[in-house]
Design a protein around this ligand. Structure first.
Ligand SMILES: Nc1ncnc2c1ncn2[C@@H]1O[C@H](COP(=O)(O)OP(=O)(O)OP(=O)(O)O)[C@@H](O)[C@H]1O
Length: 356
């Protein structure tokens, strides 16, 4: 499926602003972004329940929808799975799953229902009713229902957000396996970076109606396009500096800023897990190196155990600002303790500040 330059204007605001995307069979593409950035509106236009103001949707090289021509939603071969998936309470589990199977015989229907319920491990409930199932089981029936007509394309809007954490991981993985097996092209909407990283072959990061970055999860995470993209995936530390001779001077030493004109303000952004910590030895820290720059001293303000890591906050000697470091396992230095922080150059991003 290819969407080209989709635009949707609501009350004079471009809530979807020139969005283009290609989604391949057997692949999961995640539309990831904060609440209100236009993800669901994009999905609704693809589903055909909302009309775009301009732009086109193509499936298998055939035009499905532009501003003049429009294939109705039920003929688009698109499956939908939304957070508020509702099973029909008065229909049995089998009849719920068979709901979208209109043009096949009773035997074919039964065979497909049994195949899918077996796949989601709920065959024992075939003649049961939705109210007899847990939330997670209902979700799996909803998944079986949306896959029953073998949609080539599946649109999922926060489909797992109603589930508790322990259930969610298992259902996500099962869902992913099933969608891959059926070679479905999936567009999944989420505002949770962890969900996108776990599910996606490709992430399209969306902000204010636009896709600001697109790529494999690893690339989007390790080569973020701007400061907000770093901060969307994790906590971020930011140092302000000004460029002079393609270098930005900071208390951590100089950072390269190739191609950035003199006098430009830059943000040097790095994640807490990339800060290196050293103990203070009579007021001195480790020696500066080309790769790690100059260490800077800070005082522990707070240290918290987060499960698989600890988060330590420092008040820096150089300007009193707070920087964060995460360390694996339990590392809980007492408040008031001084330590030295270094920032490996290859883990930092230097972004010119854009003044809005
Ligand atoms: N029918 C409408 N009338 C007015 N504003 C709307 C309408 N539909 C969407 N919007 C606005 O368009 C913007 C995008 O909404 P959309 O639901 O697509 O965002 P989203 O990224 O899916 O957010 P969420 O994750 O919270 O669902 C929001 O600011 C929303 O208030």
């Amino acid at each position: 499926m290819e969407i080209r330059n989709l635009v949707r204007v609501i009350e004079g605001r471009r809530v979807v602003d020139d969005v283009s995307l290609t989604i391949m069979p057997g692949q999961v593409t995640c539309l990831l972004g904060p609440s209100g950035c236009g993800k669901s509106t994009t999905l609704r236009m693809i589903a055909g329940v909302e009309m775009q103001d301009s732009g086109e949707i193509w499936v298998d090289g055939k035009l499905v929808c532009d501003t003049v021509f429009r294939v109705p939603p039920e003929r688009r071969g698109i499956g939908l799975m939304f957070q508020d998936f509702a099973l029909f309470p008065h229909l049995s589990v089998a009849d719920n799953v068979a709901f979208g199977l209109r043009s096949c015989s009773a035997e074919e229907k039964r065979a497909r229902v049994v195949e899918l319920l077996d796949r989601v491990d709920l065959l024992r409930f075939v003649d049961g009713y939705p109210h007899q199932l847990s939330g997670g089981e209902q979700q799996r029936v909803a998944l079986a229902r949306s896959l029953a007509p073998r949609p080539r394309i599946m649109l999922m809007d926060e489909p797992f957000s109603g589930l508790d954490n322990r259930l969610r991981d298992g259902i996500r993985d099962d869902t992913l396996a099933l969608l891959k097996e059926e070679d479905t092209a999936v567009l999944l909407v989420t505002h949770e970076p962890e969900e996108a990283m776990r599910m996606a072959d490709e992430i399209a990061l969306m902000r204010d109606g636009r896709i600001v970055q697109q790529g494999a999860p690893y690339n989007v995470y390790t080569r973020p396009v701007d400061r907000a993209a770093v901060a969307f995936f994790s906590d971020a530390n930011v140092l302000g500096a000004q460029v002079n001779g393609a270098l930005a001077d900071t208390p951590f030493g100089q950072f390269l800023a190739p191609g950035v004109p003199d006098g430009t303000d830059v943000d040097i952004v790095f994640r807490p897990q990339h800060v290196r910590l050293d103990f203070d030895r009579n007021g001195s820290g480790p020696l500066p190196t080309a790769t790690d720059g100059v260490p800077a001293r800070g005082t522990v303000v707070r240290a918290r155990f987060m499960g698989h890591e600890s988060l330590v906050e420092f008040r820096m000697d150089f300007d009193g600002s707070i920087l964060k470091a995460t360390v694996p396992n339990v590392f809980l230095p007492a408040p008031g303790k001084t330590m030295w922080l270094t920032v490996p150059r290859n883990r930092c991003f230097v972004f010119p500040v854009t003044h809005m």
